[in-house]
Design a protein around this ligand. Structure first.
Ligand SMILES: *Cc1c(COP(=O)(O)O)cnc(C)c1O
Length: 459
């Protein structure tokens, strides 16, 4: 028998109360923080959809694993358990633990990339891009055509454009150390990459004798979409799809704050002996000894358990469904979203939703503030405030390509009624859209300005 209701496949053992605030309080909190949602205190946010990174809930088995943690400096039992789970899942010869994804990226960029190199990808995540740019290489995004069109649905909008990839491999091969595939594609809206696309990419890498690496933060969510959308993989176990995907590549970076069910943690892994040795030498300088890499033994144990749980298809179905449910609600209220709904977040297209606010007055930011003012829900702008370039001498900013607002779902944290509440907030947002006003920046830092910029609503 098939049920219409997809329930949370877990029950609650420990609870944390949510603050319920009044509209007046919310306005005063935002005003105090110069209209920047990053300044808000957690106690001022009712449903926090700022990010899915490190914000998930651990299972009772993970908490039990925390107690099992062995804090020996070298060769701890926790490390052995972590290593065995990761080696079985990925198949890579060398597993290097780090404290989070960007620590893996920093080491990867240092040991594999030289000035002037080119790193092709479907899309680089922002910290990945920044780490390659830091060593004066050029990260390039070769997203497939369907991926560039935000509003029309296609099953695998995270795919790389194979023609463009072959073109750059054939022309600039000597400058390319490896190809990096991000699964799922965070920057492109949490969209999956098909196994077919991954296999074709692998073939091109073999033809041009290049490594293929994965930025595999959301490997389980990607495998879930493959099992739902790719003919050859219907009915295949999520764990098996995941294992196959990792084995198509020569190594990976992972932030375990995503599909590791962890609050902290990362992995760098290779098959290549020399790269692994160089990475471990650097790890000792920056993270720690190779059997703990910036993590406590108890973290490694909780992550080992999390990595066993993450490929549960009931969990993945509930997760994908909560986000697509929110997407259907948004569309029914006339709110344009990136389609289809992504694996970890819903993205509102603010450029289409509030066209009366020009990019240099931050339409996505205006929407994010309004979502907070209506119901205490925290989302984040990913548009000109985050990615635009500040104009010099009072000129308007150079706008970003898209004006998005991301509502990211922490893992196993919110229930159906929380999502219904967020849907109601979106309904009220749709009713007030004509009233929304732009913002101006009154103070900003030179880099990553969206975290700390001070703003003011235009009247
Ligand atoms: C989060 C993320 C990273 C960076 O990981 P951190 O743990 O935040 O340092 C890299 N790539 C992708 C695709 C991510 O989503």
């Amino acid at each position: 028998m098939k049920f219409k209701t997809i329930i949370e496949p877990f029950k609650i053992k420990s609870v944390e109360s949510l603050p319920i605030t009044t509209p007046k309080e919310r306005k005063s909190f935002l005003e105090r923080e110069y209209w920047n949602v990053f300044g808000l205190k957690s106690q001022e946010v009712t449903v926090d959809l700022l990010t899915d990174s490190g914000t998930g809930s651990m299972s009772s088995e993970q908490w039990a694993a925390i107690m099992r943690g062995d804090e020996a400096y070298a060769g701890s039992h926790s490390w052995q358990r972590f290593h065995d789970v990761v080696a079985d899942l990925t198949g890579y010869k060398h597993i290097i633990p780090t404290h989070q994804g960007r620590a893996s990226e920093k080491i990867l960029a240092t040991v594999t990339v030289k000035e002037g190199d080119i790193i092709p990808s479907n899309s680089h995540f922002d910290t990945t891009r920044a780490n390659f740019e830091f060593v004066k290489a050029e990260p390039i995004d070769l997203l497939c055509k369907e991926g560039l069109d935000l509003l029309s649905p296609a099953p695998f909008k995270g795919n790389i454009d194979l023609e463009k990839l072959e073109d750059i491999l054939s022309r600039k091969g000597e400058k390319i150390p490896f190809v990096l595939m991000t699964i799922t594609n965070n920057t492109g809206g949490g969209q999956p990459v098909s196994m077919e696309n991954l296999k074709s990419t692998k073939k091109l890498c073999e033809k041009y004798n290049k490594m293929l690496l994965l930025d595999a933060c959301r490997f389980a969510e990607n495998a879930w979409f493959v099992s739902q959308r790719e003919e050859d993989y219907k009915g295949v176990e999520i764990r098996d799809i995941t294992k196959e995907a990792f084995r198509l590549a020569d190594g990976c970076t992972i932030s375990l704050k995503k599909d590791g069910f962890g609050n902290i943690g990362g992995i760098l892994a290779f098959n290549d002996d020399q790269l692994a040795e160089a990475s471990r030498n650097l790890l000792i300088l920056t993270e720690g000894f190779p059997t703990y890499g910036g993590l406590a033994g108890r973290d490694l144990d909780a992550l080992a358990q999390g990595l066993k749980e993450i490929t549960d298809k009931n969990y993945l179905e509930y997760r994908a469904r909560s986000i697509s449910y929110l997407g259907e609600k948004a569309l029914s209220y006339g709110i344009p979203i990136v389609q289809p709904a992504g694996g970890h977040a819903l993205y509102i297209d603010a450029k289409t939703f509030v066209p009366h606010i020009p990019p240099h007055q931050y339409p996505g930011h205006s929407v994010a503030c309004e979502i907070y003012l209506i119901g205490g829900v925290r989302a984040v702008e990913l548009g000109t405030l985050a990615f635009g370039v500040a104009g010099a001498n009072g000129e308007p900013d150079k706008p970003a390509t898209h004006e998005l607002v991301r509502l990211a779902a922490p893992r196993r944290t919110y229930t159906q009624s929380h999502f219904d509440y967020v849907a109601e907030v979106l309904e009220k947002l749709a009713e007030s859209k004509e009233k929304l006003k732009g913002y101006e920046i009154i103070e900003q830092p030179e880099q990553l300005r969206h975290f700390t910029a001070k703003l003011r609503p235009l009247t």
